[in-house]
Every structure is written in structure tokens, then in C-alpha cells.
Ligand binder design. Structure first.
Ligand code: HEM
Length: 605
């Protein structure tokens, strides 16, 4: 990349290289321009040769990994080699469309089929993304690692993972939902470490107790009365609903109150999973959903056409601005409360001496996640989070903490609906606990729920099969991964993917039983009797290593508390004629819809 500048007076020409050193050529007016031209062409050609040989090296190294071939035209995943494995995401046949998503492939089914063919056996699989010119150098290598031993090497083993960063291109997609500062939070900087430490501090026992009481309040005061109202309006003991929608709305509301002491509006009467087309939304829930809906729409389009969807882009930007301004107002309100608190405390010297500012002033009456993020260190101002970082964290929680928990919750309900004996066993365990508590005002505490062993096993089994989050990484140098006697070489600059829900399905030796939903495999007393497999070794729904899910205590608490109260009050069944949930690989692995029947149990209060 350089430009040539000719001086009109003396005929000198300077060549300005924008990268690297600046070289000046002095030539008189007779110097043939073809020397310059030759230099230019030579530089471009050398650059191209260098780029091409680098790319071909990547291609050669990646092609030897297990995976479907691009050249086999009969391969179900290669409708045309020009399109590489794009058919994972795009439905070219149009034979079995997902209702409401024309042209979108049944991506999870496709991925599972490939997994069974390649990575379940070998623990690793390569795919190629978009190959528009039938030239492999243009395709992006995607390497899926599913073997638990190799996942450990990528995410946890310091010798290997030190050269692997959380900066794969895929995270660029998340930016639209998680906000601009999201990308900054991917880097392993001291700032990130500090923010993570504060969040981890916030995930304490008292936050989990709060999760329990907030969830109970929302269920008994809002959700259950609405459901029962629906059933009695229809004069039916049973009512049918799309569980995915309700779980998403509930998870958003729990997150809002537990983490920020604010309603996100998830349970408002007009809240829907898609959001409404109205940029004047007041609720964070509605804005966030609308953003997500627009992003899903965008993902179906050719990237270079997106700037031309003017109306949609305008709405997208309006939603982003509004979302940020609501979060900003939450932060300002909280800050002003703290400042008032400080002023009161400063008037009383005994108070000041009593406790450090961090514990007394920041958490104060709130004791939510935000109060931990706003913690101050009296002696070290550097570690106070800036406004931008606070905003980034709030958006990160919105992004990471709603759909994930909601998806697991709704998939668990589906599993219970299809495994009635499991549901019965769970109801027995839960009923025995609830028999000790006789009214909505007197409910099991968080620690009581955590003691339920079968509930724990059901939750773990659902997380093993349905963990919705993917992990993406990018290696800065060539790496070698080993599985038993096998060594796989992966070239620098590969998109590495780990899907915990694939790893959780085992290594191929026991995969038949590991594909089934059998919570007993997590019970010590039952293991070895009717189920095989070693779920612990491949169980990593929240990822592993230093970047694992910092929100997992909150997610687990939320899922268990909702499940316990729900199966105590209702029996869940599959709605007659409804399809098995179709999963789509989007930012999370999302079920399209989960239709279930809920029947109020006779004896419960
Ligand atoms: C069932 C529910 C959830 C699942 C399965 C899940 C899964 C994951 C996974 C696999 C990662 C690692 C991603 C990566 O390395 O690229 C992650 C990261 C993260 N999760 Fe969760 N998550 C859940 C719920 C939550 C909740 C409720 C919160 C917070 C309120 C949360 C906050 C985060 C954050 C902040 C990160 C980034 C951690 C870091 O980079 O240091 N998650 N989650």
C-alpha cells in the first residue's frame, strides 16, 4: 500500500509506504515511469505470492484434519464447492423449512450429523466457511474441537492456551448485542481480570438467596396467576404455551432484579420474544429483543447488502442508542444514591471509621451484582470502573445471562415432558421438600433447593445435552493438540470452536447412551446400574479455564429454583402434534419453539 507523489517543480517523486519505512526516490524528469510501475507491480505480485503461500499452507494443514470434503459433490453439506459448507446455515433444498425462517437451514441437525460422522470419533473436525471463488485460499478454516482432553489443552493448559486468544471473528457478531465495549472485554488485560474478580465476588451466597426469593415472588405473583388465568378462561385444566417465550421473559426479569435491582419489563403484558417494531420502547427487555430480532434478520442476508436496508439500519441504531441511554440512567441513578449515602456518612465520623467505603457505601441497600461492579477501592483509584466499563458490563450481562438460562430451562421442561418417569421422580423429591412449607409466604430457602439431589442430576443432564453457548478462540501460533497417540497440527490463525453440548455427548465409545437424557448418570447410587458413560469428564456446559462462565452460580440457582416450583405446581406434557424442537445455531444454539401443555396438579397450594 503506497502512493506516489510527483513534485511539479523539480520532477522528484516520493513513494510513501504507509506501513514500515518511508523511502524516497529522486528521479529526473526523463526517468521512465515504467521503473516506478515495475516496482509497484513487483511489490504487489510479491505481496500476493506471500499471501497465497501463507493461505495454501493453512489449507494443506487444515485439509488433513477429519471433515467433509469440498470436492465430493454428492456430499449433503456441499451443494456446490463454491459455497464451502455454507449449507450448514442456508437451506438450499427448501424441502423442510423452519416455520417463519425461510432459507435458514436446520443448522444444529446438520452440525450433529457432521459431528457423528467425524468429530465424535476423532475429537476434532474441520469445516470451511464461504468459498466464493472455488479457491480454497479464500475460505476460512473452522476447526471444531470436541474431545475433552483436547478442549482442556485449548482452554486450560497454560503451555498451549497462552498462545490462544478469545478473539475469533465470530465475536464480532456478538458486538451488535453486547455493545461496542464487548470486544475490549475479550482481551486478557489487567482491567478485564479486575472486572471479572468483581463479578465473581458478586456471585456470592447472598446473591443466590436473593435469586431464590426474587424468583419465588415473580412466579407466585405474576407468572402462575397469569397461567392459571389462561386455563380458567378456557375452562380447561390444561393450557398450552410456547415455553421458550415464557422462559426468556422470566429469565430476563430475574436477571434485571437480581443483578441490577431493576425490572427489565420481561413480564410486562406486551413483552414478546421478537420485540415489537417500535423504537419508543421503555423497557430494556423490549429493546434487547428487538435488537436480537433485527440481528437474526441480518444474518439471513448477504453481508454487503446490509448497508442498503436503510429503514432497518435506522431502527437498529435507534434501539442501540435507547438501550445505552436506559442503562446510563440506571447507572446515574445508582451513582447519585451512593453519593447521597457518602454525604450522610461523611457527617458521621464513627460511621466512616467503622467500615471501608467499598463494603459500606457501594453495596449498601442494594447488594446486587451492579453494587459489586461499582465497588471502590479507597486506596487505589485505578481500579474504579469507568462509566464505559460499567455500561459494557451491564450489556455483557444482558447478552450472556438471559437467553442462555432461558434456553436450558425450556429444554429441560421439554425433556421432562418427554420423560414422564423422570418428571414423576423429580416431583416426588420436590413434593417431599415442599410438604414442610405450607404457604406462598413460607417457601424453601436457596440452601434447601440446593440439597435436592435428583433436581441437581436433572439440571446437570439438561446442561450436558443442551448447553447453548459456544466458545470461540483464535490461535496466534501453530499449535499441536494430542488425543491419546494422535497429534493434530493446527495452523496459526484458525477459528477454533468448542461446543460444550457436543463435547458432552461423549467420545464415540458410549455415544449411544450419552445422547439420551438420563439424569441418573449423575447420581452416585445409580451409576453403573442402568447407565453407562462417564459424564463428568466431558461435562463442561459453562466452559473451563480462566474464561469460563463467571455467571454459572446464578444460572444454576435460577434454573433449579424455577424447575422445583414449576414441577411442584404443574405436570408438563408434550403438546399433541407438536414437532420436536428445532435447534438453530445462532449466537447461542436456540430452539425455534417448544410447545408444551401445563396441567395444574390437584393437591398443591
Ligand atoms: C445456563 C446458562 C449459561 C450458560 C450455559 C453459560 C455458558 C457460558 C460459556 C460457555 C461461556 C464461555 C464463553 C467463551 O469462553 O467464549 C460463558 C461466559 C460468560 N458468561 Fe455465561 N452462561 C450461562 C449463564 C450466564 C449468566 C446468568 C451470566 C451472568 C449474569 C453469565 C455471564 C457470563 C460472562 C460475563 C461470561 C464471560 C466470562 C469471561 O470472558 O471472563 N452467563 N458463559
Amino acid at each position: 500500500m503506497f502512493s506516489t507523489v510527483i513534485d511539479a517543480n523539480d520532477g522528484t517523486s516520493s513513494v510513501d509506504y504507509s506501513h514500515g519505512t518511508v523511502t524516497t526516490l529522486s528521479i529526473d524528469a526523463n526517468t521512465p515511469y515504467f521503473i516506478l510501475l515495475t516496482l509497484l507491480i513487483a511489490t504487489v505480485v510479491l505481496g500476493l505470492v506471500h499471501w497465497f503461500s501463507k493461505k495454501m499452507r493453512i489449507v494443506r494443514m487444515v485439509e488433513v484434519l477429519p471433515g467433509p470434503s469440498l470436492s465430493e459433490s454428492n456430499n449433503a453439506f456441499t451443494p456446490h464447492p463454491w459455497l464451502a459448507h455454507l449449507s450448514l446455515a442456508v437451506d438450499f433444498s427448501g424441502e423442510n423449512p423452519i416455520p417463519g425462517y425461510p432459507g435458514v437451514a436446520r443448522s444444529f441437525d446438520n452440525l450433529m450429523q457432521l459431528h457423528k460422522q467425524f468429530s465424535q470419533k476423532d475429537g476434532i473436525m474441520r469445516l470451511w466457511a464461504l468459498n466464493p471463488f472455488k479457491l480454497l485460499p479464500f475460505a476460512q478454516p473452522l476447526v471444531f474441537i470436541t474431545d475433552p482432553e483436547m478442549v482442556q489443552q485449548v482452554l486450560k493448559d497454560k503451555n498451549i492456551s497462552k498462545d490462544i486468544i478469545k478473539e475469533a471473528e465470530i465475536y464480532g457478531l456478538c458486538k451488535a448485542l453486547a455493545g461496542d465495549s464487548f470486544l475490549e472485554m475479550l482481551e486478557d488485560t489487567p482491567r478485564w481480570k479486575h472486572q471479572r474478580k468483581l463479578t465473581a465476588l458478586g456471585m456470592n451466597q447472598s446473591l443466590l438467596e436473593r435469586t431464590n426469593s426474587v424468583t419465588i415472588k415473580l412466579l407466585y405473583e405474576t407468572v402462575f396467576p397469569q397461567w392459571d388465568g389462561t386455563a380458567s378462561a378456557a375452562h380447561e385444566p390444561t393450557f398450552t404455551m410456547e415455553a421458550g417465550e415464557w422462559c426468556t421473559r422470566l429469565a430476563a426479569e430475574i436477571l434485571g432484579i437480581v443483578a441490577f435491582s431493576r425490572s427489565f419489563g420481561g413480564l410486562d403484558s406486551d413483552a414478546t420474544k421478537k420485540g415489537t417494531k417500535n423504537s419508543n420502547h421503555q423497557s430494556l427487555y423490549a429493546l434487547f429483543r428487538r435488537l436480537q430480532f433485527i440481528i437474526t434478520k441480518r444474518s439471513e442476508r448477504l453481508p454487503f447488502l446490509i448497508p442498503f436496508y436503510f429503514k432497518e439500519n435506522k431502527e437498529f441504531q435507534q434501539c442501540q442508542d435507547k438501550l445505552n441511554s436506559i442503562i446510563q440512567s440506571i447507572l446515574e441513578e445508582r451513582m447519585s444514591k451512593y453519593n447521597q449515602g457518602k454525604a450522610v456518612q461523611c457527617n458521621s465520623p464513627e460511621n466512616l471509621a467503622q467500615q471501608s467505603r467499598s463494603s459500606q457505601l457501594s453495596r449498601g441497600e442494594f447488594n446486587d451484582l451492579l453494587s459489586y461492579l461499582m465497588m471502590e477501592d479507597e486506596d487505589d483509584d485505578r481500579y474504579r470502573l469507568t462509566e464505559k466499563e460499567l455500561l459494557g458490563n451491564v450489556r455483557m450481562f444482558l447478552f450472556a445471562g438471559q437467553d442462555t438460562s432461558a434456553i436450558v430451562l425450556s429444554q429441560t421442561l421439554y425433556e421432562l415432558a418427554t420423560h414422564q418417569s423422570t418428571q414423576l421422580r423429580l416431583q416426588k423429591e420436590v413434593d417431599a421438600l415442599f410438604a414442610q412449607f405450607d404457604s406462598p409466604d413460607h417457601q424453601p430457602a436457596y440452601k434447601d433447593i440446593m440439597r435436592l439431589e435428583y433436581l441437581d442430576a436433572v439440571t446437570k443432564e439438561a446442561l450436558r445435552l443442551h448447553s447453548p453457548a459456544g466458545v470461540a478462540r483464535w490461535n496466534l501460533v501453530d499449535i499441536k493438540l494430542t488425543k491419546g497417540d494422535h497429534t493434530y497440527s493446527i495452523p496459526k490463525g484458525t477459528n477454533l470452536f468448542v461446543y460444550p453440548c457436543l463435547t458432552g455427548r461423549g467420545d464415540g465409545q458410549n455415544h449411544e447412551s450419552l445422547d439420551e437424557f438420563i439424569p441418573e448418570r449423575f447420581l452416585k447410587e445409580d451409576r453403573g446400574n442402568q447407565v453407562s458413560g462417564k459424564p463428568e469428564s466431558c461435562y463442561m456446559p459453562f466452559s473451563i479455564g480462566p474464561r469460563n462462565c463467571v455467571g454459572h452460580p446464578l444460572a444454576t440457582a435460577e434454573i433449579k429454583v424455577v424447575l422445583a416450583h414449576l414441577v411442584h405446581r404443574y405436570t408438563v406434557r408434550k403438546t399433541e402434534g407438536s414437532e420436536e424442537p428445532i435447534k438453530m445455531v445462532q449466537i447461542n444454539i436456540m430452539p425455534h419453539q417448544i410447545m408444551l401443555d401445563f396441567e395444574r396438579r390437584q393437591f398443591s397450594g
